[in-house]
Design a protein around this ligand. Sequence first.
Ligand code: ZN
Length: 445
Amino acid sequence: MSDVELVLRSTRVITPEGTRAASVAVSGGTITAVLPYDADVPSAAHLEDLGDHVLLPGLVDTHVHVNDPGRTEWEGFWTATRAAAAGGITTLVDMPLNSLPPTTTVENLRTKKEVAADKAHVDVGFWGGALPDNVKDLRPLHEAGVFGFKAFLSPSGVDEFPHLDQDRLAQSLAEITSFGGLLIVHAEDPHHLDAAPRHSGPKYADFLASRPRDAEDTAIAQLIAQAKRLRARVHILHLSSSDALPMIAAAKAEGVRVTVETCPHYLTLTAEEVPDGASEFKCCPPIRESANQDLLWQALADGTIDCVVTDHSPSTADLKTDDFATAWGGISGLQLSLPAVWTQARRRGHGLEDVVEWMSARTAALVGLGQKGAIEAGRDADFAVLAPDETFTVDPAALQHRNRVTAYAGRTLYGVVKSTWLRGERIAAGGEFAEPSGQLLTRPS
Ligand SMILES: [Zn+2]
């Protein structure tokens, strides 16, 4: 242990083999060993004794809309990555929309990286976008290091990011599969959305009826069929409809290369509790009924759903009007995702190990980041330190998000993030932040 610089000691360290008392040795930003709790600490090393606070691998959030440049008033790299750090997230992967430009060409990717470079408090990677007219850009973007490609099957909410019809989906998917890439999909079928009843106004039930489950179910069925036909690798974004779970489970059992994520808001908020006009709860697909939520939890437990990501998608407060039909659809949850999920998970009999699996190990695996997602020798020394039994009441004023509109306001949550560490450096603790030291990540080849 002669060159060890830092030792983090806790009675509860979450490792791939389980939770145990341990001392984690760090050198050069990398975990060099997970040692017995009472291992000798070299005199040159700094000992950080965390007591009974839990040491877990920093979370990897693969679904974040940073919106920078172009809609920086909605969210920017400085604010988003600070919020991530405050919430125990050490890596985020930025969605290709709603920034201007969207990440749909190599040049646009370069623009985004230039903007992000000196603002990243955590590590940041990028998804590319698959549009009807950019098939030729997909391979160059893949070679430039994006982690995969996002497509919509119904209108995205912003004009510059049009959706793919089934023919364009097949074309993009074939191209992406030709170089071994990953397509991640917002799966709602536009025809079912068009056919659904539409009423403007403040009633959540009207909004819910306008985004029916069968829109999700149909789009997912079509995507699975395409993935099967092309032997393609696809990932279903933000699953809300539990009706789609049996066919996803069947596809997985059959060997179709499909993975699935859901989000903290689907797991912790319910349609029944959304107040009239409270469009901070609006997202697409929508938050559904509590019986639906129970089935999502069951699917997480049995592995049909692979992972949990925030889909942090903020806007300015003025776009969150009390008309559900026209208000911006997107929920801000970056800083709160760990305590929100943990609060429900513990109520449902899950351990923190499960939360780490869903929000760190499997999301890191989704994007092939072998150096993230676990506390073990050889991985990056990225950590969150959590007091899992402490509670706090969500005060929007305490959020680092640029716009402090949140569906979680006033809720009491379990799990206080005491500090967050990136490559062995403490980047956030007690509302204080280090200077940005995040790296811009490229897909490992
Ligand atoms: Zn999203």
